[in-house]
Design a protein around this ligand. Structure first.
Ligand code: DGL
Length: 270
């Protein structure tokens, strides 16, 4: 039994998809979420900056006594995996489990992955899936504009702006007979309905957030490290009111009372 909280971080709201997955799997866990909204988006930053930011984000959570961390950010997971794994606490990224899930997909069509610009430029998702499933064609596509879309309050499948943005960005994947699409940026989970509506039900969506949450759940259970009272608190480096409003909308419950602000952190070479 270990009542210390789990830490989860992302550039902004996207990592909340991992919090929601964790709450389904481990409802009693206490969770501290950090959304680094002041420095969002991460997907357009340099690798050097991302590696510093990953460390700062983990230190911020470690200072609050977490027992383990999910780096609920595909960008950090694909550009700073060694920084995450060298940290003094157990840290789960959103690449390892999700590429395994993709490699296990049955179906003859190509596999696709969408993520931020920096994640796709790193080549990590595509390379790792190809290593595990060399017989499969893998298509990798950056969809950086989805991040701003969600951060600005647009995620509903019936929202014309969402439909337009999804259609423009995913056009290269339309009618390609894709078997599965990995949502390699944690924000994209909030567009799953719109993505399904555009690509059709035949494409299986794999959530990197859910895969990471499942890995952490198995890890904690296997080591008797679960425990808590189901308390979740939210930290943001940006506007607390804005974070509370948007996060409440996305999660379908009012979390305003649980949000606190932290000072924005600085890095060299953004
Ligand atoms: N949600 C993050 C990711 O999974 C970051 C998106 C961004 O800030 O560009 O990559």
């Amino acid at each position: 039994m270990d009542n210390r909280p789990i830490g989860v971080f992302d550039s902004g709201l996207g990592g909340l998809t991992a919090v929601q997955a964790l709450r389904e799997l481990l409802p009693d866990e206490n969770i501290i979420y950090f959304g680094d909204t002041a420095r969002m988006p991460y997907g357009t930053k340099s690798v050097k900056a991302l590696r510093q930011m990953a460390l700062q984000d983990m230190e911020l959570l470690a200072d609050r006594g977490v027992k383990a961390i999910i780096a609920a950010c595909g960008t950090v997971s694909s550009t700073a995996a060694d920084v995450l794994s060298a940290f003094r606490l157990p840290v789960f990224n959103v690449v390892d489990a999700s590429v395994r899930a993709m490699a296990e997909i049955e179906g003859s069509g190509p596999l696709a992955v969408i993520a931020t610009r920096a994640s796709i430029e790193s080549g990590v998702f595509k390379r790792r899936i190809t290593q595990l499933a060399p017989e499969k064609k893998v298509i990798a596509l950056p969809c950086q504009s989805f991040v701003e879309l969600i951060e600005s309050g647009h995620s509903e499948a019936r929202d014309p702006l969402v439909q337009k943005c999804v259609a423009e960005s995913l056009e290269p994947l339309k009618d390609r007979g894709i078997s599965a699409l990995l949502l390699g940026c944690t924000h994209f989970g909030y567009l799953d309905e719109a993505i399904k509506a555009y690509l059709g039900d035949g494409v299986k969506l794999v959530s990197a957030s859910h895969c990471a949450a499942r890995s952490m759940s198995s890890y904690l259970k296997a080591r008797a490290m679960t425990g808590g009272s189901g308390r979740v608190s939210y930290l943001t480096s940006g506007s607390g009111d804005e974070f509370a409003r948007r996060a409440s909308d996305l999660m379908g419950r009012n979390i305003s009372a649980l949000v606190s602000c932290v000072s924005p952190m600085e890095v060299d070479n953004l």
